[in-house]
Design a protein around this ligand. Structure first.
Ligand SMILES: Cc1cc2nc3c(=O)[nH]c(=O)nc-3n(C[C@H](O)[C@H](O)[C@H](O)COP(=O)(O)OP(=O)(O)OC[C@H]3O[C@@H](n4cnc5c(N)ncnc54)[C@H](O)[C@@H]3O)c2cc1C
Length: 361
């Protein structure tokens, strides 16, 4: 079956903070480079789990004038709380006693999906071609084993994989460099880590599951700018996890729970623990009279520096949570994902300057 082929300098797989930052930085450094970004969701941001405490460090570098450009970042963290929950009671821990990495007073409470939509607008204005609704489903290789690009998924197949009348074959996107930015445990990233043995000599990777709900709460229960974390109940002392409660604009609260997937108790259900957590008196009273307006769950990559695989291989780079750049003690991965994308762009531009040949990183 012949597939349409498109040639680019750089193809980026994934339109999260890391992929979009790569695309923007590439165009800022060299407006003539042609860059294409594939996103599997129907629109940029649709698969991003909204609600986030955001450190602006990488964005300050990418767009020092982000405020004038109306980036959707308004709610500065104004108050922090840390609660140890017992079954009935809670103990408030002074946040100045927390390690510095867990303090948030310079950060903002944002919708990460909205930030990605805004980054996509900036990328398109710089000339990046963004194709939402196109999952990259296959990695293409040159005869010498280096990465040649990706192919998008065939469309119009039935459940058994038979072609329907609407069948359209996927497209091949060839590039000098392909950047994989699929987020935690991306299926193409996994293939690359195995094929190029990128985790050799590293600690095994660790994962968590995170749930997030967005609630619209009663005005009297809302404190815009408040960031609260909890540890303890309903988890026992052998299970790693805790909650986050972020009070955003418009009476919205981003509420969530993260549990390490190395839990020992086979009967533990992370989703049910999250629901149980919401019945604690310290949380229940905040939600009373409010309504849940959206929800979702996603995996988190938690191994940190010692589990970070090699992030380059012939013809390709692995960035953001696809590699594992999340900083777990900080419970933050958005700014590190962005920064890894920006460094990837700088490395690609350097190679293009040095070599007129197809890149072999
Ligand atoms: C519950 C939870 C709470 C969090 N809270 C915070 C927080 O408060 N602060 C913070 O800084 N970080 C937080 N994080 C972490 C943060 O969300 C991630 O570190 C960050 O989003 C990683 O960015 P990324 O670009 O690497 O990947 P992602 O944001 O996961 O983006 C990957 C994108 O690639 C797309 N994609 C995947 N596979 C393909 C494919 N094959 N083809 C095309 N497109 C594809 C996906 O649809 C997605 O849009 C949280 C994470 C979770 C799960």
């Amino acid at each position: 079956m012949s597939r349409e082929v498109m040639e680019y300098d750089v193809v980026i797989v994934g339109g999260g903070p890391s992929g979009l930052s790569t695309a923007i930085k590439l165009k800022q450094l060299n407006p003539d480079i042609n860059v294409c970004l594939l996103e599997k969701a129907s629109e940029i941001g649709a698969h991003i789990l909204s609600g986030n405490v955001f450190e602006t460090r990488a964005l300050d570098e990418l767009f020092p004038n982000w405020k004038e450009l109306n980036a959707p970042i308004q709610t500065k963290v104004s108050k922090e709380k840390f609660l140890f929950l017992g079954k009935e009671k809670s103990l408030s821990w002074p946040t100045w006693l927390l390690p510095k990495v867990q303090q948030n007073h310079k950060n903002y409470i944002i919708s990460l999906a909205n930030l990605c939509r805004w980054l996509a607008e900036q990328a398109e204005a710089l000339g990046v071609e963004i194709f939402p609704g196109f999952p990259a489903s296959e990695i293409l290789y040159h005869d010498d084993g280096s990465v040649k690009g990706v192919a998008t998924q065939d469309m119009g197949l039935d459940k058994e994989g038979n072609k329907k009348d609407s069948f359209e074959p996927g497209m091949e996107l060839h590039a000098k460099v392909t950047v994989f930015a699929e987020g935690c445990r991306g299926h193409l990233g996994k293939e690359l880590i195995k094929k190029f043995d990128l985790s050799k000599g590293k600690d095994p990777q660790q994962y968590g599951i995170g749930f997030k709900e967005i609630w619209e709460v009663n005005e009297k229960n809302h404190e815009e700018g408040l960031v609260m974390h909890t540890a303890g109940w309903p988890l026992d002392k052998n299970t790693y996890g805790g909650s986050f409660v972020y009070h955003a604009q418009n009476k919205q609260v981003y509420l969530g729970y993260v549990i390490g997937l190395d839990y020992q108790n086979p009967h533990l259900s992370p989703f049910d623990e999250f629901q149980r957590f919401k019945t604690h008196t310290a949380i229940k009273k905040m939600l009373e009279g409010g309504k849940r307006i959206s929800y979702g769950a996603r995996a988190l990559i938690e191994g940190g520096l010692q589990s970070l695989p090699k992030m380059y291989m012939p013809g390709a780079l692995l960035i953001g949570c696809d590699a594992g750049t999340l900083n777990m003690p900080k419970i933050k991965g958005s700014h590190t994902a962005m920064k890894s994308g920006m460094i990837a762009a700088e490395a690609i531009i350097d190679h293009i300057k040095e070599s007129k040949k197809p890149l072999c990183l």
